[in-house]
Design a protein around this ligand. Structure first.
Ligand code: ZN
Length: 465
């Protein structure tokens, strides 16, 4: 196998490295896909802190899972990991990819690690990170072992993809006065559909169904201190009941979070029963979808990390004033330090794309990206079926639109430099130019996938001569 290494340099601190893995010229054409799926229980110990209630968990409403889908064209394989975790850092997602590469030979660049972002679940960290470390190690080991198991069980598969209209989420950025407050905005952008990938054996039995929707799993949120996968978990439970099965033999059900950074599932803080109803609406949409065949074709991949320039901290004098008003706020201590250093800083934004022939593209974006990126990518995509995952490859901060960032302090929770921007480890949000850089990165992924297809077809032709 050989690789092409393409380096691209953009202005504005955009540096991208694209790795493309075309098939070898002597490899036969693809007659079928291969696939396997696995599921591991990752329910943590009771007591682990939960984001939603902002306190320790007191019990388990429903168990948390990581689920793995490996797809192969017989030569190249890609791995999709879905997890009932609020988020993992980029180093964690990369370490999982590296461990999978070591154990299976599948390059780390062909592993997507998606977090559902359930607010009733924990994050998973690497040992050096913090208190969630031992849980993080446990999840890490289980995900890698389950992926190895999948690779050993690959079987011939037929893929079918489709989309069904459904809306269980609402844009949560409501214009009020000069700024944005957090409330349902019926006129705001939203992704009103579920994308569905069905993976079947040759005899028609199910290997897996992967479905993806974009909305914060916050139907439980602070209404309960129980551990839960929120609406994605309930949707899986309803699907299991409606379709039968739910294990590796009878077909696993995987949920991947889309770009739900500015979307809340409804009703916010509705509690367990409301969550079950929301999950049911999503599950029903999955059962309604009409799927079309994805013809067997080579699987290609491209990955690229763009750097998003971060906003400058306020001037030193203003940082000192903020800190004087709240001397115990460690975030402000760090903000003052950044103001004193006054250096340009960036946040990595890893993007990944898997293409199955010219029909299906699975694109993954990191962080809490706004749904506007998913809508844009969907509209621009050259593929018949386009899935866009958010919360994949690492989750460190919200990533809003240029328009939202230009509102400055009035930009609402996700975009204001004093709200989530201050909460993130970077202490300031990205600059408005981030939108342009991300869209450039996505375009570059598609270009690389197409280039890889051309290279491959040229090689096939020359080897046939
Ligand atoms: Zn969030």
């Amino acid at each position: 196998m050989w690789r092409i290494l393409i380096s691209c340099q953009y202005a504005l601190a955009l540096f991208a490295t694209v790795l493309v893995y075309p098939m070898r010229a002597d490899e036969p054409s693809v007659a079928t896909f291969w696939a396997a799926a696995a599921e591991v229980n990752i329910t943590p110990q009771i007591g682990i802190p939960l984001v939603g209630p902002g306190s320790a968990s007191t019990g388990v409403a429903d168990e948390l899972f990581a689920r793995i889908l490996v797809l192969s064209d017989g030569h190249q394989s890609v791995v999709i990991v879905t997890s009932d975790l609020v988020g993992v850092g980029i180093p964690y997602a990369e370490a999982v990819g590296a461990a999978i590469e070591k154990k299976t030979g599948i390059p780390a660049g062909r592993v997507m690690f998606n977090c559902s972002h359930t607010h009733s679940g924990p994050g998973a960290s690497l040992p050096e990170d913090d208190t969630e470390a031992s849980y993080g190690r446990e999840v890490f080991g289980k995900v890698v072992a389950a992926t190895v198991d999948c690779v050993s069980r690959l079987e011939p598969a037929r893929l079918r993809a489709g989309r069904e209209a459904v809306q269980i989420g609402f844009n949560r950025r409501m214009p009020r006065g000069d700024g944005i407050t957090m409330a349902p905005n019926p006129h705001g952008s939203v992704v009103p559909w579920v994308d569905v990938l069905g993976v079947y054996r040759k005899d028609g039995t199910r290997i897996a169904i992967l479905f993806s929707y974009a909305a914060h799993p916050v139907v439980i949120h602070s209404a309960s201190t129980l551990i839960s996968a929120d609406y994605p978990g309930y949707a899986v439970a309803h699907l299991r009941r409606m379709l039968g099965g739910g294990d590796a033999e009878s077909g696993l059900l995987l949920f991947a979070q889309g770009c739900g950074g500015n979307i809340n599932a409804f009703p916010l803080k509705g509690g367990l029963e409301a969550c079950s109803r929301t999950g049911l609406v999503l599950a029903q949409a999955v059962t309604r979808v009409s799927l079309e065949d994805v013809p067997p074709a080579p699987i290609r991949d491209a990955s690229l990390t763009v750097q998003l320039p971060l906003q400058k901290p306020p001037p030193v004098a203003e940082c000192k004033r903020l800190l004087a008003a709240d001397p115990d706020d460690q975030r402000l201590v760090e903000l003052l330090q950044l103001a004193k250093e006054n250096k340009p800083r960036t946040m990595p934004y890893p993007i990944r794309g898997f293409a199955l022939g010219n029909t299906l593209c699975i694109l993954s974006l990191p962080h809490e990206s706004f749904c506007d990126y998913q809508l844009w990518a969907d509209g621009e995509s050259p593929y018949r079926d386009t899935f866009v995952f958010g919360y994949t490859g690492g989750v460190h901060a919200y990533v809003a639109t240029a328009r939202a960032y230009r509102m400055g302090l009035l930009g609402g929770y996700e975009a204001s430099p004093r709200r989530s921007g201050l909460n993130s480890q970077y202490r300031t949000p990205p600059q408005p130019v981030a939108e342009q850089i991300i869209k450039g990165g996505i375009t570059e992924i598609w270009r690389s996938l197409a280039q890889s297809a051309e290279n491959q077809s040229a090689q096939t032709q020359s080897s046939a001569k």
